[in-house]
Design a protein around this ligand. Sequence first.
Ligand code: GAL
Length: 678
Amino acid sequence: MDLNDLTRRLGNGTPRIAFGADYNPEQWSREVWKHDVELMREAGVNLVSVGIFSWALLEPEEGRYEFGWLDEVMDLLHANGIAVDLANASASPPPWFTVKYPDSAPVDENGVRQTHGSRQAFAACSPDYRRAAAALTTAIAERYSQHPALAMWHIHNEYGCHNQPDFGPHAERGFREWLRARYGTIDALNEAWGTAFWSQHYYDWSEIMPPRRSGTWVNPSQQLDFARFSSDSLLECFEAEADIIRAHSDKPVTTNFMGTNMGLARPVDYWRWAPRMDIVSNDHYLIAEDPRNHQDLALVADLTRGWAQTKPWLLMEHSTSAVNWQPRNIAKSPGQMLRNSFQHLARGADGILFFQWRASRAGAEKFHSGMVPHAGRDTKVWREVVELGAALEKASEVAGSRVVADAALLFDTDARWAAELDSHPSMEAQPVRELREWHDALFRAGITTDVRQSTDDLSAYPLVVAPMLYLVTDDGAANLRRYVEGGGTLVLTYFSGIVDEHDRIIMDPLNGGGYPGAFRELLGIEIEEFFPLHAAETVPLTEGSGERWSELGRTTTAEAVSRYEAGPTAGSPAVTRNAAGRGHAYYVGTTPDAEALAGLLPRVLADAGIEPPRHAAEHPDLEVVTRASEEGSWVFAINHGTEDARLPVDGVELVSGSATEGELRVPAGGVAVVRVAG
Ligand code: GAL
């Protein structure tokens, strides 16, 4: 069972976009529950996630379960035609659990143990936690797998949000086991970690620790492996719980990924997790004060679609208005929530859900918005919720269709983790920022991008941009070479292809040759030394300027598109282009400023045979994305600007039901989706 089955179930046979929220009825009285379901019907809510933080109420003491209230909630929702995404409630062990099993709580890098009182206070490798979570999951699966309200399963909640990484004794044991399985022998580990450096050689597995606080930088290869291990240890928790569910139920299983909450999902490698999901689901929250937060949203949606292998996915959480955890929790302006929702829909979401249904009265999130605000029905938020519910219903036919992407951006978790480690040439070399800026450059040009990994099949994309692919495996490097030789246009940016999977420099100690070891030949260049720039320094290029970074090097077979014009790297190539097989590989050795980018991008797009759409120049704030299936194609237009926009497209606009007659008018701040004629 997958997302198509879910959307069909929600529409009684015809696909319907999922619409709803996390629902936490345990915070409210039965009287409020009755009101809730009436309001849900009014808004067209068809799916709610229940029980995510209910462990303490469902299991008052170990092995004794109280399901009465949840039975009532499930029955009430079913009676009102609302389907349930039921949680297995393992996300937050109750206080009695940590009191009974104190060593099950996570420990930070300084050796400080956390306690209960917030949420997620468990160590992923704690046997007591795993046993208790499995028992609870079994009890819930046995009780509800046949319940008619049940539509899907929500395992845990945002794995790794608060308890990762854990440096405690369970992690120590788990890490050693994980390393043994990876390396087999201690010699292989010593080789991979480069332990000849600083007298770090290990003679026995028992000497190896998680990278706890040490005098200065802990071995980077060790840190990288610990990040991989930590993600894998949580994945083991997911799999154990999902296996129990799947033994009892054929309904689809997911866990909600956290696209932005932790700076683009740092603790977990979702590329490894996503294949284990029946439905890929993600949470996204706007960074309220970021003036281009809609572009960040677009990037995260594109990344989520990448995790889903370009298939549709589910937006499990976003907010109707303000959150509670940013420095200034700016409320959404009128229309902004609708635009956000349509952006996700346009970029492949087949469901738009919120955290949460009703804004809490008590607790740390009482100032977080909900679908039902504290002020109730006569509010901007509620009116927009109802408007969104109606709009999504009218757009239902897009469910199941795929986003039409023009290009791909690469974002490998290992490369990101490794590039973010300490003691690097410049703190300015930040992979997530580079990704975001290249995504923005393409977004502004009206180019829709998928986000993929270096090892994915890229042959369908005319253009692939790899921002700061610092770490690359042999397979990844070979794949990119194949891609270019097969006719693709590749753009690699500075600090790419520098280290292998163990974070060791890719180099030839006997013959030299310079950076980037993994791509020297493909790019036709040799870099001998990095020259990171001073803070706020720029370096003039043949065209425009470079920021943050520059390099001393030479071309071998590449042509120099532009050079550094001053400073210690004057005369060195800054941007190069190399022909390889039937394609071209560009290298961008600095962060191009707007002028440099304006010169470079058209050239790259021309090589790739991509013609930027006209609307991008005419209406820079109009976001246009196409979804398509065998049944047809749909053009989404989201106007982030303050002026009305016009787009040539012939068909029927689904929300208003009116024909465009060749030209769609999208009012300032408005959204539209057109079923393209023919
Ligand atoms: C998410 C979490 C929700 C809620 C929300 C608030 O990270 O999954 O439970 O806390 O943030 O924005």
